[in-house]
Design a protein around this ligand. Structure first.
Ligand SMILES: *Cc1c(COP(=O)(O)O)cnc(C)c1O
Length: 434
């Protein structure tokens, strides 16, 4: 597989390099040189394949032999070991449940595939790999669960003390084994600064083999294509034009959908759904992209003011506004509208949406007014119990908590408290990472 930097098409790497580098040195983003077209026979017969078969076929086409089929098959099987079912809401609407993985959010797909592929390449090396992750909450949980017990790889997670939810903290601090949690007396920015400084510390790096699990790694986008095919398979027999509605923040999820369409999946249209952080809907309306500071909202995993995958979206469509507009509509919604949507969906359909999925639902209802004949698949990006306090208070009841979460609450937290001073962090690394 060949990839280029969006800032310099002549900078070419293979998948393994893009996986471990994360970002090209020019601060662009890696994009595949070729997005292969899958055979129309395969697309027409999707329902003959399991989710894992579909995932393998997509990964095989993208990676183009860089990981041998037999090995890739095993990696995909290990990464995608949970389902992505659709739930019918009404005659024209399905909810695609992407929360059946270990951290109960769609980021499990990316984190698990990344862990599997990194583990595969690293097994040939005699040096262990240490992944440093600074997290404000959600990403760390998916990365920790994804890399849990991956041979040859250690994960060190830095999170701001007192600034993540109890549930998030449990997800970061209760796994043990190859996952270590450092509770930093500081902010998320301090955590990021510590990680950055470690990467710049050549003396440290000569002793410890460091890598990152960045959210813009191409290894996260590839597995996010899998479930577009899987969802399409489940509604194909209805024979309507299929529209995907994607609750968006950094726009990785939506970009993966655009790539799935390039691979031949007949997606009629995309709807980008955002909260008040609406730079992309604004771009779609006006043709001007104005990144700005993010605003805090109820759907906080989408609080992104300068979405990094926007560069990939532009790259896919040759930066042509007209063509992008033909493929994507964008709508933004307030927290008050989001709360009302959660109540409406529960009272009408007895279905509990999380705040992110509710933003998607609102966008679909808006889009649907102009396209009543279309068939909508709303991506539900997290389990509502991940946002337990807000969901309970909005719906005025206690929602059911899945077993995996209940078990988590009873586990003991294990974290090392460190200051935001770099020397303490460095000493910890030297002492604990061999
Ligand atoms: C990360 C996240 C999003 C946003 O996804 P992007 O790919 O960044 O657009 C939406 N919902 C939830 C629950 C998330 O964790």
């Amino acid at each position: 597989m060949q990839l280029y930097s969006t800032k310099n098409p002549k900078h070419i790497v293979n998948f393994q390099q893009a996986l471990f580098e994360g970002l090209p040195p020019d601060n662009g983003l890696y994009m595949p040189s070729v997005i292969p077209l899958l055979s129309s026979l395969f697309i027409q017969n999707l329902n003959k394949y399991s989710f894992q078969d579909i995932a393998f076929t997509v990964a095989q086409a993208m990676l183009n032999g860089e990981i041998p089929d037999y090995e890739l098959h095993t990696l995909v099987k290990n990464a995608i070991n949970f389902q992505a079912p659709v739930h019918k809401l009404d005659e024209h609407t399905e909810i695609l449940e992407l929360f059946h993985g270990p951290s109960l959010a769609f980021k499990d797909f990316g984190a698990r595939f990344m862990a599997q592929t990194m583990g595969y390449f690293n097994q040939k090396s005699d040096q262990d790999l240490t992944i440093l992750v600074a997290t404000s909450g959600d990403t760390g949980g998916a990365v920790a669960a994804g890399f849990y017990q991956t041979p040859g790889i250690r994960v060190v997670i830095l999170y701001p003390s007192g600034k993540v939810s109890e549930l998030q903290e449990k997800q970061l601090t209760t796994l043990g084994h190859n996952i270590s949690a450092l509770e930093v007396q500081g902010t998320f920015d301090d955590c990021q600064a510590l990680v950055k400084q470690a990467f710049l510390d050549t003396k440290l790096r000569s002793k410890i083999n460091l890598s990152s699990a960045n959210s813009i790694n191409i290894a996260r986008l590839i597995p996010q294509m899998f479930y577009y095919f899987e969802a399409y398979k489940q509604v194909q027999h209805i024979g309507k034009d299929v529209v995907f509605i994607v609750p968006s923040g950094n726009f990785g999820n939506l970009t993966a959908g655009l790539m799935a369409k390039k691979m031949g999946l007949p997606i009629a249209h995309f709807v980008a759904a955002t909260n008040a952080n609406d730079v992309v809907p604004e771009y779609l309306q006006t043709g001007t992209f104005k990144p700005r500071a993010s605003k805090a909202t109820l759907s906080n995993a989408m609080d992104v003011g300068n979405p990094s995958n926007f560069a990939r979206m532009m790259d896919l469509y040759g930066s042509t506004w007209n063509i992008i507009k033909e493929n994507i509509d964008g709508f933004r919604f307030s927290d008050a509208e989001t709360r009302a949507a959660m109540r409406e969906v529960y009272s009408r359909h007895r279905y509990i949406l999380d705040p992110h999925g509710a933003v998607g639902y609102l966008a679909w209802r808006t889009y649907q007014k102009a396209h009543p004949e279309h068939y909508g698949i709303i991506l539900e990006t997290a389990h509502p119990a991940k946002f337990l306090d807000s969901v309970n208070s909005i719906l005025g009841m206690e929602i059911e908590i899945p077993d995996t979460l209940n078990q988590l609450y009873s586990k003991e937290k294990a974290a090392t408290l460190i200051s935001k001073d770099y020397n303490g962090f460095k000493d910890w690394l030297h002492l604990n990472i061999k």
